[in-house]
Design a protein around this ligand. Structure first.
Ligand SMILES: Cc1ncc(COP(=O)(O)O)c(C=O)c1O
Length: 343
């Protein structure tokens, strides 16, 4: 078994703290919205009972127009990776990188070998022909963390074939206005879609997400899911965040984030910084010789940005920057300009 030479468990949250301005973590709200806090608070009285995911499952099925049997509510998207790695016996698992590293970590922890298919710059766009024909399990992110690339639904569908399961991690797709290129509402054979609610709604500590797929796959994953792994409060959040009003609010947040991202990208490009591709997620990836040293200087100046070198396929010359409002980003850009000049 090949040994991963990257720290697959490194995440942006270990780069923040100490009073730093957080441009490293992709959770978008600093606290859950008031309406969600009220619903969570109201559910505290129900905590003596064991959790029941029935209402949450129905809410997700209605939100994506899928059958109940095609939905599995999970303790965040992260649990879905572990369930897939535990339930399946892939002969040839492929993870398309650069991407979020927990799917590969979950596969390896379950004892599976993993082949990395590495997309390359300058655009990091998915080329389905790079995935070997014999691959029977393929993980791909859309939009991809950390590249912010939104792959086309056609390219993702081109990965599917008999005898293969394609897992599309759509953890950030609710941050893309209109949710283009999503496969969530398409009941495609051999395709599983994973969603997260933790980023948009500021509930990473609550653990709420779900997956959508063929009923035969979903029932295999349900069989290995630990009992009661989705807590009562997480299930309440899934119901609340699946309502049409919440979906409309997520859409408005996504539109606002686009304006904020345009502002960030324009500011970076004005500093002659290479912003990768056509970013579609609430973070951007930059390529800059000396980025590793710059990151440390930015830390000294009070800003945490996400290092790129722990992502297979990237190097110390990459940094990921979270999209924030101009009031946060403008002083960051001023600081960045200062440190670029000082190099
Ligand atoms: C692409 C991607 N997928 C999944 C996750 C995990 O999401 P959750 O908090 O729902 O487990 C993350 C967290 O950073 C992520 O970046």
């Amino acid at each position: 078994m090949n040994v991963p030479e990257f720290d697959l468990h490194h995440h942006g949250d270990s780069e923040v703290g100490g009073g730093l301005v957080d441009l490293a973590v992709n959770v978008r709200l600093p606290t859950p919205p008031e309406w969600l806090r009220r619903e969570l608070a109201a559910a505290l009285d129900d905590l003596a009972a064991y959790p029941d995911p029935t209402a949450a499952t129905a809410a997700v099925a209605a939100r994506h127009e899928r059958d109940l049997e095609e939905v599995l509510v999970t303790a965040g998207a992260a649990e879905a990776f572990t369930l897939l790695a535990t339930a399946l016996r892939p002969r040839h698992a492929v993870v398309v990188h650069p991407q979020f590293t927990e799917p590969e970590a979950a596969l390896r922890a379950a004892g599976h070998d993993v082949e990395r298919v590495v997309l390359t710059g300058p655009d990091f766009v998915l080329r389905p022909e790079l995935v070997p024909e014999e691959a029977d399990l393929v993980f791909v992110g859309n939009p991809t963390n950390p590249t912010s690339v939104l792959h086309s639904a056609a390219a993702l569908r081109a990965l599917a074939r008999p005898g293969r399961l394609v897992v599309v991690d759509e953890a950030f797709l609710d941050a893309v206005p209109g949710e283009p290129e999503s496969l969530a509402a398409q009941a495609l054979p051999g395709v599983v879609v994973i969603r997260s609610l933790t980023k948009t709604w500021g509930i990473a500590g609550l653990r709420a997400g779900y997956l959508l797929g063929e009923s035969t796959i979903v029932s295999r994953l349900r069989a290995v899911q630990p009992p009661w792994s989705v807590s009562t409060l997480a299930a309440v959040a899934v119901v609340a965040c699946s309502r049409p009003t919440a979906v409309a609010e997520a859409e408005a947040l996504a539109v606002a984030a686009c304006h904020d991202r345009d502002h960030l990208v324009a500011g970076l490009r004005a500093l002659n910084i290479d912003v990768i591709g056509d970013p579609q997620a609430p973070f951007v990836l930059i390529h800059l010789p000396g980025a590793d040293k710059l990151r440390l200087r930015l830390r000294d100046a009070g800003y945490a940005v996400r290092r790129g070198d722990t992502f297979p396929g990237l190097s110390p010359e990459y940094l990921r920057i979270a999209v924030r409002d101009p009031a946060t980003i403008d002083p960051f850009l001023t600081t960045l300009a200062h440190h670029l000049q000082a190099r």
